[in-house]
Design a protein around this ligand. Structure first.
Ligand code: NAD
Ligand code: UGA
Length: 337
């Protein structure tokens, strides 16, 4: 199988590529990204064909590589909330416009597309568990610019779904719920808001800065270990008996429900077990501040986000097994052992 991964140099792309190269020697990856920093160790592998490409500007190479592929994973996007509120149009241009172009090529050349939707499409849905077929997508007023990411992804979900019906586009939509692991954003970037929360807290400890609990850290997430998540993704790509065709799957860990405050204390506590950061962890302050102070006034938060994974269990035979504590330890082993 020829697999085209656009955004292969990112967190999910790099872990997916690593696993494919290890376990599926008959699959060939064509990788496009603006950066190869996180995949430099894979560049010598003959099954990993990396091309530097800015998908906002370089169209010919994208079209050519899509034509040559069997399946396309368009993973390039901005996925950090601070950018949604500070530069929403950049999010729209990359996450929506550039990905729409890719989806249209997949329709034109009849290629299977596996598209990363997001837990954020459910927005502030009050359901106990978010369900792919029944939960509503609940976003806030236009002045709350945070939702431009959610809306961009939701619109692409709807476009892909409609092409499935009208043009028999072969697709799978997967919705990651806070996947975490090594290479998630950049722990060496010391700016607040530069990373998603686990990386942000590690970066705060590393740079002797306080950890910020936005609105007291009462909001709940279900963190999903990247190794569990990649198993689900591989099953989607394998698509045994067409089981993933024209399906939407939540890929998350409902057993890992945790508040951001609990996460902060867990991370600081675990960091004290590593020589390289023990002293810093002992001195890390955990403070509370408002969302407006941290993100600005156009942010709005998701109070509690828990996936239903019944579909992934029944159709893909997938169930996550890694606790958040184990995940955080694995991440710390990667950076600090
Ligand atoms: P990431 O930021 O780590 O990776 C995105 C990659 O896209 C990066 O390597 C970046 O260099 C590349 N990229 C950015 N602009 C580009 C451009 N103009 N041209 C080419 N490449 C460009 O993100 P990720 O966490 O790996 O997420 C991958 C996808 O999954 C995204 O669509 C994201 O919205 C979605 N997603 C991720 C999560 C999660 O938990 N990580 C959750 C929900 C959805
Ligand atoms: C994330 C991002 O939008 C995407 O990466 C992704 O599509 C999706 O959700 C997902 O991973 O499922 P969110 O969970 O809000 O959104 O992103 P984080 O930046 O990881 O923040 C999690 C929570 O921690 C938020 O409530 C945020 O306010 C809080 N936080 C973040 C803090 O309290 N302090 C910080 O320093 C950073």
């Amino acid at each position: 199988m020829n697999i085209l991964i656009i955004g292969a140099g990112g967190f999910i792309g790099s872990h997916l590529s690593e696993q494919i190269l290890k376990s599926h020697k008959d699959w060939k990856i064509t990788a496009l990204d603006i950066s190869s920093n996180k995949v430099s160790h894979m560049l010598p592998d003959e099954n990993f064909d990396f091309h530097k490409c800015d998908i906002l500007k370089e169209f010919d190479i994208q079209e050519e590589k899509i034509k040559q592929s069997d399946v396309v994973l368009p993973l390039a996007a901005i996925a950090s909330p601070l950018i949604y509120v500070q530069d929403p149009l950049r999010v729209f241009e990359l996450d929506f416009e550039a990905n729409l172009r890719i989806v249209r090529w997949c329709v034109q050349y009849k290629k299977r597309v596996i598209f990363p939707s997001t837990s954020e499409v459910y927005g502030m849905c009050p359901d106990e568990e978010y369900d792919e077929e029944n939960s509503n997508c609940v976003t806030g007023p236009i002045c709350k610019q945070r939702w431009i990411y959610s809306c961009s992804k939701q619109m692409l979900d709807r476009v892909i779904y409609a092409h499935g019906i009208r043009d028999s586009l072969q697709y799978t939509l997967f919705r990651p719920f806070n996947w975490i692991g090594s290479r998630l954003d950049d722990i060496y970037n010391e700016n607040n808001g530069s990373s998603r929360v686990v990386t942000q807290f590690l970066s705060n400890i590393l740079h002797n800065k306080p950890i910020n609990l936005v609105d007291g850290g009462k909001q709940i997430r279900c963190f999903t270990d990247i190794s569990d998540a990649i198993i689900a993704l591989i099953r989607i790509i394998e698509n045994k008996n067409g089981c993933a065709n024209q399906q939407i799957f939540n890929i998350g860990n409902p057993y890992n429900e945790l508040s951001i405050k609990e996460l902060a204390y867990m991370i600081v506590d675990l960091a004290k077990g590593y020589d390289k950061i023990r002293d810093k962890a002992n001195n890390t302050d955990i403070r509370e501040l408002t969302a407006a102070e941290y993100y600005g006034k156009s942010y709005q938060d998701v109070r509690r986000r828990v996936p239903s994974i019944k579909k992934a269990e029944q159709i893909l035979g997938w169930k996550p097994t890694t606790s958040t504590r184990e995940s955080i330890k694995k991440i710390m082993d990667y950076y600090f052992r």
